[in-house]
Design a binder for this molecule. Structure first.
Ligand code: PHE
Length: 343
């Protein structure tokens, strides 16, 4: 009977205490069990009363346990409500990040915008005329080979109205479009996506981005081009950056050059892992071929100009130490989120 009172008066405020109660009175080794074993020591005439008392104790334990359990669960609910702090700051919202190509493109655009260039655009599905023919690229030029160019439709002869459609292989097509529709002086840059039928590897991809530059004016010289490109290189890669122009060939420029930057210990990119020390090619350039000016309705006797074109992925890989171009197109968040906070 004392045990029953004990059970009735038991308290348990926490789930742990309720569990202790259960183990003590209802568990597989509960304290009521040995009482049943006592049965055989009880005189016969008292066995019935004793048994009833033990059963009562068991029932009491069970109903007390149910009550305690219900009570602590209510408590837990009430506690959670009390702990809900309405003044706490919200969880931060996960923000996206700019893609390294977008970051690099914006950086290049802003360098040229600050010296008076404006952004021009052209279609990615281009006709043969603007991509090749107007750009003085003869029919048998290797750049027109099926291996390099994704053709959309073929069958018409080359010309301004032809329907030979292709995915533009360079942003130089925007040079032709701009010269056809505007009068010098012309100062444009044309960023955009280009396509080439190339095997995809760590270094090259079938789709990539370029920024084209075009400057046409009276008495524009090779020295003007060099000064502009040196300015660009220093804005882009640090103000101690050295450049080198190497003679090269493009059908649409004469003379043509490729520009290297010195990637060395004195550059601001000493943390780089992409390359050792040396000259690194970053763009193609040259004086616009008079033939191209003529094709696009500009008088080559009156105007001269320069043009340049660069791959954006290449610049991004240098800026951000990216060693595989394919990362740019896989959209793996583990790659992309490394650019969060970069503006
Ligand atoms: N279009 C050339 C290329 O894709 C780059 C270039 C542009 C070279 C303008 C000279 C002038 O490689």
């Amino acid at each position: 009977a004392a045990l029953i009172t004990e059970i009735e008066n038991a308290t348990a405020e926490t789930p742990e205490a309720v569990e202790a109660f259960r183990i003590r009175y209802l568990g597989s080794k509960n304290i009521l069990k040995p009482l049943m074993g006592e049965m055989r020591n009880i005189p016969n005439e008292q066995k019935r009363d004793f048994g009833q008392l033990v059963n009562k104790a068991k029932e009491t334990a069970q109903s007390k346990f149910d009550a305690l359990q219900a009570a602590t669960q209510d408590n837990a609910g009430a506690d959670a409500g009390a702990k809900f702090d309405l003044t706490a700051p919200a969880e931060p919202m996960p923000l996206g990040s700019r893609h390294p190509i977008a970051l690099t493109m914006r950086r290049i655009i802003s360098i040229f915008e600050r010296i008076g260039f404006t952004v021009a655009e052209g279609p990615e599905v281009e006709d043969d005329w603007h991509n090749f023919t107007a750009m003085n690229t003869p029919e048998d030029h290797p750049a027109r080979d099926m291996q390099d160019t994704f053709y959309v439709a073929t069958g018409m002869p080359a010309g301004p109205d032809n329907a030979d459609m292709l995915l533009r292989t360079h942003t130089s097509s925007v040079q032709a479009r701009t010269m056809e529709t505007s009068k010098p002086p012309i100062r444009i840059i044309a960023p955009g996506r280009v396509y080439r039928n190339e095997t995809i590897s760590a270094r090259s991809h079938a789709q990539f981005h370029q920024v084209e530059g075009l400057y046409i004016a009276e008495k524009c010289s090779f020295a003007d081009m060099k000064a502009t490109l040196l300015h660009f290189a220093r804005e882009m890669y640090g103000d101690k950056t050295k450049i080198r122009l190497r003679p090269s060939y493009f059908p649409f420029t004469e003379p043509s050059a490729e520009m290297d930057i010195w990637w060395g210990l004195e550059s601001e990119h000493d943390y780089r892992i992409t390359k050792g020390t040396g000259w690194l090619e970053i763009l193609g350039c040259g004086m616009v071929d008079p033939e191209v000016l003529k094709n696009c309705g500009i008088d080559p006797e009156k105007y001269t100009g320069y043009a340049f074109g660069m791959g954006i992925e290449r610049q991004a890989m240098l800026l951000y130490n990216i060693t595989d171009i394919r990362l740019m197109f896989e959209n793996d968040v583990r790659f992309l989120k490394q650019f969060s906070g970069v503006i």
